[in-house]
Design a protein around this ligand. Structure first.
Ligand code: ZN
Length: 162
C-alpha cells in the first residue's frame, strides 16, 4: 500500500521551465481506482478539493514506479527535479509511522509549490519538507541560485515569505 498526499481533481501541468522537467511524462499519473482494497489514486473517486492524505494500493497508485534518492547534493536535486532530495532518509519504520499519523491528521491544503505530494513524501522520510519546484518556480530552472543553504531549505520547504 502507498500513503500519499493528493491534490484532488487533476490540476493543470506546471508551466515549462527550461529543459529540467521531463516532457515525456504527464505531470500526474492517470487517475485510477479506487478498487475494493483502497482509496484510489485520488481517493474517494477523486472528489477531494483541499488535498488529502490517502492510502491506496500499488496497482491504483500508478503505472510506473520510480526510485527516489535521499542525501544527494543540492545541485543534483536541482538538476533532477522530483527525483531526489538533499536530506538523509530516516529508517523506513519511522517514515511509515509518520505517514500513518498524517493519514489521520492530514497535511494541510495542497499547493503545487508550497505543499505538494513531494513535500509530503520528504516530510515522512526526512522530517523536513522538500521539493525543488518552489525554487525553480521562483528562480527558473537554469542554475541553482547562490543563496545560503538555510534560505534554499526555506524556499524548498514552501515556508519562505514569497
Ligand atoms: Zn486500489
Amino acid at each position: 500500500m502507498v500513503i500519499h498526499f493528493t491534490p484532488g481533481p487533476k490540476i493543470p501541468p506546471l508551466p515549462p521551465v527550461g529543459n529540467t522537467v521531463p516532457d515525456d511524462e504527464p505531470e500526474f499519473a492517470e487517475e485510477s481506482g479506487p478498487c475494493d482494497k483502497c482509496d484510489g489514486f485520488y481517493g474517494s473517486g477523486g472528489i477531494i478539493l483541499q488535498g488529502k492524505v490517502v492510502k491506496c494500493c500499488l496497482r491504483c497508485f500508478g503505472r510506473k514506479l520510480h526510485l527516489y534518492r535521499y542525501g544527494v547534493s543540492w545541485i543534483e536535486a536541482f538538476t533532477h527535479p522530483g527525483t531526489c532530495c538533499p536530506y538523509k532518509s530516516k529508517p523506513l519504520e519511522a517514515a511509515v509511522k509518520t505517514a500513518n499519523e498524517k493519514l489521520k491528521t492530514g497535511f494541510g491544503v495542497y499547493n503545487r509549490f508550497k505543499n505538494n505530494s513531494e513535500h509530503f513524501a520528504t516530510f515522512c522520510r526526512t522530517g523536513k519538507k522538500f521539493s525543488i519546484q518552489p525554487l525553480i518556480h521562483k528562480y527558473g530552472g537554469d542554475k541553482l541560485p547562490e543563496l545560503p543553504v538555510d534560505e534554499l531549505e526555506n524556499i524548498a520547504a514552501g515556508t519562505s515569505e514569497n
